[in-house]
Design a protein around this ligand. Structure first.
Ligand code: G6P
Length: 607
């Protein structure tokens, strides 16, 4: 989704702004722009394409104060005229993430006051509103007055042509950070844009407005009171967002999974037993009261929740429901204060998941746990309990290492719940801990199959559809494989629990429909084999990811990828890897933009 970078310094900040936008490209966008204040004028450069084009266009631009933006179109088509920054009468410039819900009514009022609109965006009203108040006060006061008229979500950056050393920023419903330098300051919607200049960061809170100057800054809360916010030192380093030896971030992130899993499991694997405290101190009192679990998440994160349902019910014996966050937030459900509401989110900022969490709390759910990859994110801050996945920054839009680390975290939740419910004796606990310690090495072994999967991918390059089959806890893995394929290769892919094949999708099977099957050596194997026969008998081409000892044989129309031995309950994590690689190599064959698939965004901060 949209990204913001801003800077005030005693040096030319244009390359910093552009580099910051490059770091935010992964969030997904369709146009980019920046504005600098120079010689008491606003100098704006915009491009309907990539940030690289903006870099070329702004190569000779100079400014010591500026704001920049990548836009993911919501109101108005992606075009240069709709790209941010938006300006009011060459005096005020604004960049904005989020959606202003009452913009039509504000636009009508501002038009009546004589303001001329040059874009179709909701953002332009903010620029004119600030302008309309600017004559009566400072840029800070004018911005605060404008914000009080807005309904909706925003993170904004504001500069004025006649104010060469000051930037105003504010947030409500969209993330925004303040980067603290020496004699210079920065703002950004994401830490990765700031790592090039500072690791010292202030996480602005809901409703905060900040006046950013060269030497200092002042933060005001929603009521306008001056407040102090802690300065944190980010744990991220610049290398963690570099591509290094890899061709794409997705490939890099697939290969980072052994390390990401090891990091996520570090504290647990080094200990001798599992304790609720890994989810936060209050887990000791909350978990024993929990009667059932409700998981809320979107996209890939929802798939990890679906796998966890199988684990939680089978291993811990605790009822579990998994809901799409955007559905839950609007349906009438039956609240039960004994439910543990678990939100899963890579970014911690997904608008639907955040809203679902807030809705759950409003209906009386006090037990909330976030499984998230971003510390200090909105979802973390809204939750009582938390477990941070330690996957490191995930840049590729198609989620990979965030997913497998979420699974690892959810497995820990399962084990802790099982233990509290008397379903995990000491031997079994030690056995699971041993398997978790071995997990990174097991994933590494699956990654070694990469060349074979790259070969397999060639069969998909000219196909338009694909079917993914799985059973039991591997059905959500099949769904995740289908999602990966459609996201980055644009091949239409659907997943079915294999037993459902005969109730409809079998009608689609012919030689043009590759059928991918996740075939672990588990109790459902014989059932799955029968389902595969149904496909073969109809001339379908099968691609089977089979554990050792499944005895499924390669034959005409049946391609086998030999997986390592079955990994018990952790098998879904291992079976995810080849499906990620398959999608990646099919996308390479098709020449799509792997890390930035069309129309998609990494962090969906609008509804
Ligand atoms: C977007 C991303 C997906 C992600 C989903 C949920 O659609 O493209 O990769 O799974 O949002 O994001 P979250 O950050 O909440 O896990």
């Amino acid at each position: 989704m949209c990204g913001i970078v801003g800077a005030v310094a005693k040096r030319n900040i244009v390359s910093m702004l552009v580099n910051g936008l490059l770091r935010l490209e992964y969030r997904g966008y369709d146009s980019a722009g920046l504005v600098v204040v120079h010689d008491a004028k606003l100098e704006r450069v915009r491009s309907a394409g990539r940030v690289a084009e903006l870099a070329t266009k702004s190569a000779n631009t100079y400014g010591e104060l500026g704001i920049a933006h990548t836009r993911w179109a919501t109101h108005g088509v992606p075009s240069e005229r709709n790209a941010h920054p938006h300006m009011s009468r060459d005096l005020i410039a604004v960049v904005h993430n989020g959606i202003i819900e009452n913009y039509e009514e504000l636009r009508t009022e501002l038009t009546a006051q004589g303001y001329e609109f040059t874009s179709d965006t909701d953002t332009e009203v903010i620029a004119h509103l600030i302008h309309s108040h600017y004559a009566q006060g400072s840029l800070l006061v004018a911005t605060q007055m404008a914000l009080s008229q807005l309904v909706g979500a925003y993170a904004i950056g504001v500069v004025a042509a006649d104010n060469p050393h000051q930037l105003i920023a504010a947030r409500k419903g969209s993330p925004l950070l303040l980067g603290v330098g020496v004699g210079e300051h920065f703002v950004a919607s994401d830490m990765s844009a700031l790592l090039q200049v500072t690791k010292n960061v202030v996480y602005l809170e809901e409703g905060d407005v900040v006046e950013v100057n060269l030497a200092n800054y002042r933060i005001f809360d929603q009521q306008g009171n001056a407040v102090q916010r802690a300065v944190h030192v980010s744990e991220l380093d610049n290398d963690s967002v570099e591509l290094g030896e890899y061709q794409h971030y997705m490939q890099k992130e697939i290969h980072e999974q052994p390390q990401a899993l090891a990091n996520t499991l570090e504290s647990v694997c080094n200990s001798q037993s599992l304790v609720p405290g890994i989810f936060g101190a209050e887990a000791n009192t909350i978990f024993p009261q929990v009667e059932s679990i409700l998981i809320l998440a979107c996209g890939t994160s929802n798939h990890s929740g679906q796998v966890a349902k199988y684990w939680l019910e089978e291993i811990a014996g605790i009822p579990c429901n998994v809901e799409i966050a955007s559905e839950y937030r609007y349906r009438v459900s039956v609240p039960n204060p004994k439910i543990l509401v678990v939100t899963i989110s890579q970014s911690g900022e997904t608008a639907d998941t955040l809203a679902a969490l807030i809705h759950a709390k409003a209906t009386g759910h006090a037990f909330t746990l976030a499984i998230c990859n971003v510390p200090e994110s909105a979802i973390i801050r809204q939750s009582k309990l938390r477990l941070l996945t330690r996957a490191g920054p995930e840049i590729g839009v198609a989620s990979t290492k965030a997913f497998t680390t979420q699974l690892a975290a959810l497995f820990l939740l399962t084990l802790v719940m099982a233990k509290l419910r008397g379903r995990l004796n000491a031997d079994r606990e030690q056995q699971f801990l041993h398997e978790l310690r071995h997990l990174p090495a097991a994933v590494q072994k699956v990654l070694a199959l990469e060349p074979k999967i790259a070969e397999m991918a060639k069969h998909f390059a000219n196909k338009h559809h694909a079917l993914f089959l799985g059973r039991g806890m591997h059905f959500p893995i099949a769904a995740e494989g289908a999602l990966k394929l459609k996201e980055i290769s644009y091949i239409h892919a659907e997943a079915y629990p294999a037993g459902e094949l005969k109730h409809g999708p079998l009608a689609l099977v012919d030689a043009d429909m590759p059928v991918v099957s996740v075939a672990p050596n588990d109790t459902l194997l014989e059932k799955l084999k029968s389902n595969l026969q149904e496909v073969k008998a109809r001339g379908g081409e099968l691609f089977v990811f089979a554990d050792a000892q499944t005895h499924i044989k390669e034959s005409d129309g049946v391609h086998i990828l030999q997986m390592p031995e079955h990994a018990g309950f952790l098998s879904p994590i291992l079976h995810t890897i080849p499906l990620q690689l398959l999608a990646y190599y099919v996308a390479l064959e098709k020449g799509t933009d792997v890390d930035k698939p069309r129309n998609l965004a990494k962090s969906v901060t609008v509804e």
